[in-house]
Design a protein around this ligand. Structure first.
Ligand code: KIV
Ligand code: NA
Length: 264
């Protein structure tokens, strides 16, 4: 089958079919997710935390992300690959945003870009879409603005629900093909999902969005320690890898690896 297109995702919404998105930053996970039928892979700026070991997403650069984008694109046949524009690469306005989006498409080879912000980024979204590049928006809690938002907090509780709604309308109006809703109350996400013609992709936004996204290391239990409430671990990769690592080290120490089987 051919590569997923943005129009397939809109058609899925019209049919009431839900779909899933995962982050991916490397060849092996991209191949596995592609073959497992995940229609959209996001090379997230969450690589800052989950690949490069930064405390926040703020430090990661376009130059750091582009090689990861290329790896994921090369490893996939079906998934639509979205490149996440990092902090500092689009805030200045239409020109900077378009220049960065073009780099992601030309040098990264991805099929769409993503950026954070609702009404305040409508201009940038319109400029990128106007150049023929699909844009996924991201509203609600936006990690690149954590210092303004006061840390990881649910956005759109009470009266501020109208703000999230206005952001959702603005990005749809600007031409985004989908919008990530991060950490917004389930009822608000449901309202937005019903109102917009484009798919909503929830993370910590309840069960009523058109799609769901998780960071793959959270989904597969590679990241240990306390996870946000919206995470579900579908595997214990940290446990499996720790176990394999210990057995390898033990066998080397004990002279049990390698054996004649592994020897030329
Ligand atoms: O960078 C990322 O991982 C994201 C998703 C969680 C939506 O932006
Ligand atoms: Na991101």
């Amino acid at each position: 089958t051919r590569r997923v297109r943005t129009r397939d995702l809109i058609a899925a919404k019209e049919r009431g079919e839900r779909w899933s998105m995962l982050t991916s930053y490397d060849q092996y996970t991209a191949t596995i997710f592609d073959q497992a039928g995940i229609p959209v892979l996001l090379v997230g700026d969450s690589a800052a935390n989950n690949v490069f070991g930064y405390e926040t997403t703020l430090p990661v650069t376009v130059d750091e992300l582009l090689p990861l984008v290329r790896a994921v694109v090369r490893a996939t046949k079906h998934s639509l690959v979205v490149g996440d524009m990092p902090f500092g690469s689009y805030e200045e306005g239409r020109t900077q945003a378009l220049r960065t989006a073009v780099r992601f498409m030309k040098e990264g080879g991805c099929h769409a870009v993503k950026l954070e912000g609702g009404r305040r980024c409508a201009d940038q979204i319109a400029a990128i879409v106007g150049a023929g590049i699909p844009v996924m928006a991201h509203i609600g809690f936006t990690p690149q603005s954590e210092h303004t938002l006061g840390g990881y907090r649910v956005q759109g509780r009470g009266d501020s629900a109208e703000d999230v709604l206005a952001d959702a309308r603005a990005v749809a109006e600007a031409g985004a093909f989908a919008v990530v809703l991060e950490m917004v109350p389930g009822e608000v996400a449901k309202r937005i999902t019903h109102e917009l013609a484009i798919p909503t992709v929830g993370i910590g936004a309840g069960p009523d969005t058109d799609a769901q996204v998780l960071v793959w290391q959270d989904m597969a239990g590679l990241r240990t320690g306390k996870a946000p409430r919206f995470v579900k671990r579908y595997a214990d990769l940290a446990g499996a890898l720790t176990d394999a690592t210990r057995r390898f080290a033990d066998e080397v120490r004990g002279g049990d690896f390698p054996t004649a089987d592994h020897t030329f």
